[in-house]
Design a protein around this ligand. Structure first.
Ligand SMILES: Cc1ncc(COP(=O)(O)O)c(C=O)c1O
Length: 373
């Protein structure tokens, strides 16, 4: 299959260097890191080295880094440990569905696709224990003001502690963010953070959960005592090591990557700006690698099929569940079904070329001209 792949917010291809390392790690470090013998102890040592390397990248202590099989599980572990939570309607379903099912406070995002800090502060009450807010949104790519939120909470928490109220903890799902922004926990000020291997050119099946040493989380699965009993199950050491390699590489290349994405985005936006059937959403404060279009006059399935047949892999919203758009309250709140008949998400890879974007623009314009009603 030789499609032009523009759906990197859903999944990224494993980087060549990371793949090479991964294959080596699978051959060398396959023993169970919890066993006693020397072969296992070697694997344990590599696992702990990865924990230290990753903690240095995110600026935490190594004992604050936990390895989890997916961001969905990491997010569920966090939310499950708190009773009173404030969240947002544009969070990933692994958070949003917990908020809905447990009748928690869910704030709506307006068309800017960036949260309003005052609105959050307004809804805090004596019982509030956790605010969960993603750093970069997976659908529209907007950057959320986590550091500003945590700063404002500092003063609020000082007062709460004086009044014997629980300090409000902040969790940030940074699964999308790490590709574009350095996610340093002290600079952001968050107490918990989720990172994903599948969005950063590493093999799928690993997420990192940062948990401040001052926070206690409860396991959701019972089993062995891996990861201090928080996440039972044998650690996937080769994939963890590959994620560490991918993080180091991304961290080093980030500036160059963002500059490349900015050029692609600029071309893309310039070339569709005079199209009256295409609107760009949330573009003011988003990362350079994600662009969300609202399309007028062509139905969702029709445009996705036409682009697919034309050789372009694009995202529809979030690929995490079939029919995601119909269910997605956030997209509805920013105009899907009212102002737009379809939504497509373009997300770049480091090797996406300007030539590919030019081909995409031609295809998109042709499809809309041919199929719009
Ligand atoms: C922001 C965000 N959080 C969580 C997830 C879920 O990740 P996983 O598939 O590793 O459970 C995704 C996947 O798209 C995501 O974009």
């Amino acid at each position: 299959m030789n499609q032009i792949y523009l759906d990197n917010a859903a999944a990224t291809k494993v980087d060549d260097f990371v793949l090479e390392k991964y294959l080596q790690y699978i051959q060398e470090f396959w023993a169970n890191p919890s066993s006693y013998h020397s072969t296992a102890r070697l694997v344990r040592a590599e696992l702990e080295k990865a924990r230290i390397e990753i903690s240095q990248i995110i600026g935490s202590l190594s004992q604050e880094v936990f390895f989890v099989p997916s961001s969905t599980i990491a997010n569920n572990i966090v939310l499950n440990s708190f009773e009173n939570i404030i969240g947002f309607d544009f969070e990933h379903p692994s958070i949003e569905k917990q908020l809905i099912n447990r009748n928690q406070k869910i704030l709506q995002i307006d068309s800017s696709c960036v949260i309003n800090l005052d609105k959050i502060i307004e809804v805090i009450d004596d019982k509030t224990e956790l605010i969960t807010l993603m750093y970069v949104n997976n659908i529209v790519g907007t950057i959320q003001p986590i550091a500003e939120l945590c700063k404002r909470l500092e003063t609020i928490n000082t007062l709460r502690i004086k009044n014997h109220l629980p300090a409000i903890r902040v969790h940030s799902d940074c699964s999308q963010a790490f590709k574009y922004l350095d996610c340093k926990v002290k600079e952001l000020g968050c107490d918990m953070m989720t990172l994903s291997s599948s969005k950063i050119n590493a093999p799928k099946g690993v997420s990192v959960l940062y948990v401040s040493k001052d926070v206690h989380l409860n396991p959701i699965f019972l089993g062995g005592s891996q990861e201090k009993g928080l996440i039972s199950g044998t650690e996937n050491v080769p994939a963890i090591l590959a994620m560490m390699e991918a993080m180091k590489k991304l961290d080093f290349d980030r500036k160059k990557t963002n500059e490349h994405f900015a050029k692609l985005k600029k071309y893309l936006l310039n070339s569709i700006q005079s199209e009256d059937k295409i609107s760009v959403l949330g573009v003011e404060k988003n990362v350079a690698g994600i662009v969300l279009f609202g399309i007028h006059g062509v139905e969702q399935e029709t445009i996705l099929t036409a682009l697919d047949l034309d050789g372009f892999a694009v995202g529809s919203s979030s690929s995490c569940s079939t029919g995601a758009i119909e269910e997605n309250r956030f997209l509805r709140s920013i105009g899907y079904g009212k102002d737009f008949d379809s939504i497509i998400r373009i997300s770049f890879a480091q090797d996406t070329t300007l030539e590919q974007i030019k081909l995409f623009v031609v295809s998109l314009k042709n499809i809309i001209a041919k199929l719009s009603n």
